[in-house]
Design a protein around this ligand. Structure first.
Ligand SMILES: Cc1cc2nc3c(=O)[nH]c(=O)nc-3n(C[C@H](O)[C@H](O)[C@H](O)COP(=O)(O)OP(=O)(O)OC[C@H]3O[C@@H](n4cnc5c(N)ncnc54)[C@H](O)[C@@H]3O)c2cc1C
Length: 524
């Protein structure tokens, strides 16, 4: 098989070396940059993702991790206070080192590596059996076939700048500080003995007030010295004399990339070229490497090469995995983009929000992961509510349902009239609006929350309840969490999270994290 790979980042190099190892295939990688030139500093891997990757290429993964750092703790600092929890299990490596290791393995495997070579996927399609678009979030390969891929690229609302610091933080440390322009956050974690990633994030409004420069228009090597000086000053108390370092570090917006199709003709996308996951989830590289491994499996599975079938099989396996991570990353990103929304939260609440921001962990699970949780960050939190919770059946006949988009009438006037009619018919009854979770999509959630806010403004209700989707299998949990939080913020009305009895620990976690006021069961 003749395979060309556009891009020599983690996805492209891992794919190329595994493909060569899988058989006597010709594999060419075209990378526009020099071999040791890359953006960023340390990247995080979770313990779970490492376990999965180890199965594919154990010695490569072990080699990558050898020079890196590992930690168990997550620390949150704000206003001179801090809280830590344990049992999280992360590792981080320098991106440059990881690429050097992958390059060495690729060379040994006999991959044709062509650095400083800009590639044009369209012109390669006739010369190779398969062309792999591994050219990152700004993929030109994907862009050459807009209808073929149906990609959607949405720039994030906040700005980030990726620095390193020589003051080493021992664990994953989230820092929250105020600047004259507004709140600023940093994610700091070690990736070697003497270096730490120091990723600074600012919401769009604060960033604009500060009058900073947008980094997108600058050359790849440019580091924004003003941004670096600003971050050094804001976080001086944490850096304690340590310095920040740049590597093309500047203010950028994280692009959320998704694509309707991951392949077109014999061109197939892997990694960031077809999907991104916000860096606060630390999953993009893992997804890229897993895509690479799955594509090799699909291409080399049968005795006879059937490219369309192999590409379809690859996409079928990877899509659900990626969708789950993207959903969590979407929820995680929201927390960083709206720091004002968390200003009133206590440090305990903020810590719990951070730990549960992806909608996966509950207090009960954290108690299991960290034996000290109940004494430290989790002091006062409980796995389940201490008293019986209310069930939606109690409000039978006095609930108005707001259908998810596409699921029925969404006219505020109609909903207002229904609420008023209920009030007239049952003047003594508690009246509520129940809102099933939509798809995990920012616009869909916003639309629903705005609609409900308008209804509540014109016809006040006693409670607003975020409910599971009617076909719920637990998969919509993240969207429901985000919806509940938005409803509470926008309606200013008592807000509940209604869940199946077996999901109670998650609902109760949201109450304790200050996302909602109450947890209810659906009786299902
Ligand atoms: C601030 C930040 C922090 C992150 N932190 C983490 C983390 O902690 N953990 C984690 O798992 N992920 C993290 N990520 C995500 C991670 O960087 C990406 O998911 C990962 O790099 C994707 O790998 P890739 O190979 O698909 O794309 P890339 O790494 O972007 O590689 C694409 C390559 O293609 C090359 N290229 C592009 N166009 C062409 C062309 N036309 N011809 C030739 N070459 C071309 C580029 O030069 C580049 O080398 C972070 C991302 C950001 C922005």
């Amino acid at each position: 098989m003749r395979v060309a790979c556009v891009g020599g980042g983690p996805a492209g190099l891992f794919f190329a070396l595994l493909m060569r190892r899988a058989g006597d295939h010709r594999v060419d990688v075209f990378e526009r940059s020099a071999p040791d030139a890359t953006f960023g500093f340390g990247v995080v891997f979770s313990r779970l993702s490492l376990m999965r990757l180890r199965r594919t290429a154990p010695e490569v993964v072990t080699g990558i991790l050898d020079g890196g750092a590992r930690w168990e703790q997550v620390e949150v600092r704000r206003g001179g206070e801090s809280l830590s929890t344990s049992g999280h299990g992360f590792a981080a490596v320098e991106r440059r080192e990881m690429l050097a290791m992958l390059r060495r393995h690729a060379e040994e495997a006999g991959v044709g590596l062509h650095y400083r070579t800009e590639a044009d996927a369209a012109s390669l399609l006739d010369r190779y059996d398969v062309v792999v678009a591994a050219d990152g979030a700004g993929s030109r390969s994907r862009g050459a076939f807009p209808d073929g891929f149906g990609a959607r690229v949405t720039p994030g609302g906040s700005r980030y700048a990726w620095f390193a610091s020589d003051r080493v933080f021992e664990d994953m440390t989230f820092l929250f500080e105020d600047s004259p322009h507004g709140p600023v956050a940093a994610h700091a974690y070690p990736y070697s003995r003497d270096r730490c990633t120091f990723l600074v994030e600012m919401d769009g409004g604060s960033w604009e007030r500060a009058g900073f420069t947008d980094g997108h228009t600058r050359g790849a090597d440019w580091t924004d010295e003003r941004a670096m000086a600003f971050a050094s000053e804001v976080f001086a108390g944490h850096l304690r004399g340590g310095r920040l370092h740049g590597n093309g570090s500047r203010w950028l917006r994280f692009p959320q990339v998704s694509a309707e199709h991951w392949h077109h003709k014999n061109l197939v996308g892997i990694g960031d070229a077809v999907h991104t996951a916000h860096f606060s989830m630390g999953s993009g590289t893992t997804l890229a490497l897993e895509d690479a491994a799955e594509l090799v499996r699909a291409l080399t599975a049968g005795d006879v090469l059937d490219v369309p079938a192999a590409l379809a099989a690859y996409e079928e396996v990877r899509r659900p995995v990626v969708a789950g991570v993207q959903e969590s990353a979407w929820a995680s990103r929201r927390l960083w983009e709206a720091p004002e929304g968390h200003r009133d939260a206590s440090l305990r609440e903020l810590t719990l929000r951070l730990l549960t921001r992806a909608g996966q962990l509950s207090v009960r699970q954290m108690q299991r992961l960290d034996r000290d949780f109940e004494r430290t960050a989790g002091s006062g939190f409980t796995a389940l509510p201490g008293a019986p919770v209310r069930d939606l059946a109690e409000l039978d006949g006095s609930l108005v349902e707001v259908a998810a988009p596409g699921g029925g009438a969404q006219d505020a006037a109609v909903l207002v009239e229904r609420v008023r009619a209920l009030r007239r018919a049952r003047p003594e009854a508690e009246v509520g609006l129940v809102v099933p979770a939509p798809a995990a999509d920012g616009a869909a959630v916003r639309h629903l929350a705005e609609l409900v806010a308008e209804v509540v403004c014109r016809a006040p209700v006693d409670i607003v309840l975020a409910a599971p989707r009617p076909d719920d299998t637990g998969a919509g949990r993240v969207a429901q969490m985000v919806l509940a939080e938005e409803l509470r913020l926008r309606t200013g009305t008592r807000t509940g999270y209604a869940c199946r009895p077996q999901e109670l620990e998650h609902g109760w976690t949201h109450v304790q994290a200050g996302r909602v006021d109450e947890v209810w069961t659906t009786g299902a």
